[in-house]
Design a protein around this ligand. Sequence first.
Ligand code: C2E
Ligand code: MG
Ligand code: MG
Ligand code: MG
Length: 290
Amino acid sequence: RAKSGGGDRLAAYDPAMLAGLVERLELEADLRVALTRDELALHYQPTVDLRTGEITGFEALVRWYHPTRGMVSPLDFIGTAEATGLIVPLGRWVLTEACRQAVAWGAGTTRRLKMAVNVSVRQFEHGDLAAMVAEVLAETGMPVDQLCLEMTESVLLTDTDENLAQLHRLKDLGVTLAMDDFGTGYSSLAYLRRFPMDTLKIDRSFVDRLGGEHEDEALVSTIVRLGRSLGMTTVAEGIEDSVQLAVLKELRCDYAQGYYLSRPLPAAEAGRVLEEGLATALGEPVASPR
Ligand code: C2E
Ligand code: MG
Ligand code: MG
Ligand code: MG
């Protein structure tokens, strides 16, 4: 669809816009096919307990190996998947694959392993998310208490009452709920209290600024304490250096993710890291017990 306002006819004669449209349609057609072939894969980024340095779980992040374009970032196709509704089958595939992998790694046996899966606000609009999740849990044998669903603040801002009802159904199932990219949206404290979220993920943009200005540290400290006072655990995203790691430990943030700890890894490598710990993967200890 061409941008409204200027009129479709005008837009269709703009070569740059036409090229953009063709590009989008191609991507859309390719994505449809990708789902039926073997072009999608999940990478897994470890979540580390800042007190113990242990890996407590992973976040599943989808990757698309396009036959001619190579690896396409989710930032470049999740939007298309959302706009076309393909996010619904794609989201189910991601959830199934992540649960299957967690079970293969021993989730549900003696191993405690939290698997976090991103869900789009569009998946809330397409039927009963809790019913879909329940089906996938049953199909894969994934224990519900080891699944975490991550969503952005947009879920709280549109169709608030219906989404709230769906979130409660997910909570009733026993799923852990995380607010992703916290601090970048517009949700107020009132929203945060009203929604049954267990975990706050502090957006990377705040972590980025740690180690410099004192005010930035105060801001992150406030978010950590906000989370705690609401009974939520806190996860810092996007840790890229040892200074950020040290500050977050000092601020008593609970968990952390980031390239400094580990990039998202293909399943085989993630499995190895799970067995051997990150020390081997990084060649240095990631965090020492306090
Ligand atoms: P997100 O859920 O906030 O995931 C974190 C993103 O930050 C990931 O990008 C991850 O690779 C990246 N990241 C992790 N540590 C660092 C770091 O230290 N520095 C920097 N610069 N980046 C870091 P990725 O994998 O490209 O995914 C981007 C976004 O796409 C995700 O943001 C999420 O919103 C969406 N996404 C990814 N997979 C899925 C999926 O299966 N379903 C849905 N609905 N969305 C997904
Ligand atoms: Mg996420
Ligand atoms: Mg995030
Ligand atoms: Mg994000």
